[in-house]
Design a protein around this ligand. Structure first.
Ligand SMILES: [Zn+2]
Length: 65
C-alpha cells in the first residue's frame, strides 16, 4: 500500500494527513491548527508525525498554532 495512515497503517486519502478514524481521534484544537494551510503547515505536519512516531496517543497530540 503506497499511502497508509502513519498511525494505524490503514489506507487513507492521498491528500490526507491521517485516515478519518485517526483524524477524528485528534483533539479538536490540534485539528483546527492542522487544517490551516499557511507557511507553517508543513512544520505542523512534522510535529504531528513526530509525535505519532514517538508513540504519543492521538488524543494527547498537540500542534503549534
Ligand atoms: Zn489511521
Amino acid at each position: 500500500m503506497n499511502n497508509p495512515c502513519p498511525s494505524c497503517r490503514q489506507p487513507k486519502g492521498a491528500r490526507k494527513y491521517l485516515c478519518l478514524t485517526c483524524w477524528d481521534t485528534l483533539p479538536a484544537l490540534a485539528r483546527r491548527h492542522l487544517n490551516r494551510r499557511d507557511q507553517r503547515a508543513m512544520s505542523r505536519l512534522q510535529e504531528l508525525y513526530r509525535q505519532i512516531a514517538e508513540g504519543v496517543p492521538l488524543r494527547e497530540i498537540e500542534v503549534s498554532p
